[in-house]
Write a protein that binds this ligand. Structure first.
Ligand SMILES: Nc1ncnc2c1ncn2[C@@H]1O[C@H](COP(=O)(O)OP(=O)(O)OP(=O)(O)O)[C@@H](O)[C@H]1O
Ligand SMILES: [Mg+2]
Length: 512
């Protein structure tokens, strides 16, 4: 189904690096945050011309380990060797000087400047280079690494995939020899992800060493030369790619038990209509008609930026839609939000869990209270004890780790924070749930748990799911709606395999 074949073609293999000594050796690295031992005596070698995947459950310690290699944190114990020589990094500058670069999920680009200007920004001597020369250098670099981009384009006009290419070019321009990618495909479409892989392969052919962190097992299988599995701060195993038999085998090695990678979709009776979008035009959308009933999941799929965001903002109350276009639980939009109660109404699970869904400097109890405050008050008195005991129950039920109630939101790993948000929003027993990329960045066990929770939740609610992950849409949805350029291209039942086979075309705006 719309399957991009991710396998590495023979021509993409890096050769000539067999037997080379490691570029980087991590030696007995330990890092603690208070009582949490994020990395426990980790040793790991990175070789030229090879891609090492780091795999592990949410909170296993992957980002922490790589942040130390990139100079953002200092290890409490252990050290790093570059070309066999001990190197102590006091800042990311030191790591960059040593040829180590990391591509973060939040891009650090100047939106009003061009691609070439961003790439050369802050580089020695770049002040004296004229624009033509600048563009020429960036064009040449981009073509060496198969990173197609227009050096003169302005950043603000670029897609996520293109912006990421600029971040990569910045590292390559500085001649980084080790490139670290922390969940780089989360923001990419399947096509863009494949183009990133081609660039990674090009890097290895030129002798670079790549670290690739991802929760998507098919990607890990496609591009890794070896997989290091982290569990609870320790390296659990290092496995060469050709020893891994299948996705299920890899999942099992990672979690330590068999994982299904599939959910059972129980039949649920369809109930009353909880959302109606009627001929909505405006906010970049054209003629949108959509219904969601209690008992069903309707998935909106499409390449990011085709109107999904605007639709969600309208439905969830973040932006005022045109008059008489959105009805929630049979009330006009304005009336619904004016009268909305904390429970039995609507829940919104946004993509941005750290700033929109939670308050990063508040603890878990206060984060629970963010949207449920009214449920824990008598008159004007807040019953924080009751909130704390419910929070404790939810933390247990949703297996949020570490389950310490005093933990602040920003200290949780992505997956654990998402489980906390979901726990809070489902506790409100909503009738309509708007869930945006609910499993982005989650490990396979957490993904499975979230999928099961959402399927269970449709017994009480209708769910509007916005996802960039077609696999997720197929697993969860009853109906699939494809959006392109602010319009609905098509809507069909998930059992319609003919439509599913053509979904890639629909997403690209092609109607047959
Ligand atoms: N700055 C910090 N302060 C306190 N604890 C932290 C900090 N950064 C990470 N941790 C904790 O360290 C552990 C490892 O977190 P890390 O972010 O490295 O995990 P991860 O493997 O990258 O997880 P994910 O797959 O969810 O991104 C977690 O328990 C996390 O809560
Ligand atoms: Mg991480």
């Amino acid at each position: 189904m719309n399957g991009q074949d991710l396998t590495r073609p023979e021509s993409q293999k890096a050769t000539g690096f067999a037997g080379a000594p490691p570029l980087i050796s991590l030696k007995g690295i330990t890092k603690r945050f208070g009582k949490v031992v994020a990395n426990n005596n980790i040793s790991l070698d990175l070789y030229p011309g090879r891609i090492k995947a780091l795999l592990g459950e949410n909170g296993a310690g992957k980002s922490t380990l790589m942040s130390m290699l990139a100079g953002r944190f200092k290890p409490d114990e252990g050290y790093i060797e570059v070309d066999g020589v001990r190197a102590d990094f006091n800042s990311s500058k030191d790591a960059i000087k040593a040829g180590i670069g990391m591509v973060y999920q939040h891009f650090m680009l100047v939106e009003t400047m061009t691609v070439a200007e961003n790439v050369l920004l802050g580089q020695e001597g770049s002040f004296f280079i004229n624009r033509r020369e600048m563009n020429e250098r960036v064009r040449k670099l981009a073509s060496d690494y198969e990173l197609e981009i227009d050096p003169a384009a302005r950043i603000s006009d670029l897609s996520m995939g293109e912006k990421q290419r600029v971040e990569i070019l910045k590292l390559l321009y500085r001649e980084s020899r080790v490139l670290i990618f922390d969940e780089p495909t989360a923001v990419l479409t399947p096509r863009e992800a494949f183009r990133l892989f081609e660039a990674l392969w090009a890097m290895t052919r030129l002798g670079k060493s790549v670290v690739f962190i991802s929760h998507k097992l098919e990607e890990v299988l496609a591009i890794a030369d070896e997989v290091a599995i982290l569990r609870r701060g320790k390296i659990d195993a290092e496995v060469p790619r050709d020893k891994i038999l299948s996705k299920a085998d890899l999942a099992c090695r990672m979690v330590g038990k068999e994982v299904l990678l599939e959910v059972d979709k129980e039949e649920v009776e369809i109930g009353e209509r909880v959302l109606e979008v009627k001929n909505m035009t405006g906010m970049g959308l054209r003629g949108i008609n959509l219904d969601v009933h209690k008992g069903e999941i309707v998935a909106i799929v499409g390449v990011a930026g085709n109107g999904q965001q605007e639709l969600v903002e309208g439905v969830s109350g973040l932006r005022k839609p045109p008059e008489d276009t959105i009805f929630i639980m049979n009330k006009p939009w304005r009336k619904f939000f004016a009268e909305m109660t904390w429970n039995h109404s609507m829940s919104y699970i946004p993509e941005d869990r750290l700033d929109l869904a939670t308050a990063r400097n508040l603890d878990l109890v206060d984060n629970l209270l963010l949207t449920t405050r009214q449920g824990f008050t008598t008159g004007s008195i807040l019953k924080r004890d009751k909130a704390a005991s419910i929070a404790a129950e939810l933390v247990k039920e949703y297996d949020v780790r570490p389950g310490r109630l005093q933990a602040l939101a920003w200290q949780l790993s992505g997956g654990n924070l998402q489980k906390m948000v979901l726990a809070r929003e489902l506790y409100r027993q909503p009738h309509l749930i708007v869930a945006e990329q609910p499993t982005q960045g989650l490990d396979i066990s957490a993904t499975e748990e979230v999928w099961n929770k959402l399927l269970e939740a449709r017994k009480m609610a209708g769910i509007l799911l916005v996802t960039g992950d077609l696999g997720e849409a197929v697993q969860l949805a009853d109906r699939i709606v494809v959006m392109y350029c602010g319009q609905i291209m098509d809507e069909f039942h998930v059992s319609d395999t003919d439509k599913l086979d053509n979904i890639g075309l629909l997403m690209a705006g092609v109607r047959e």
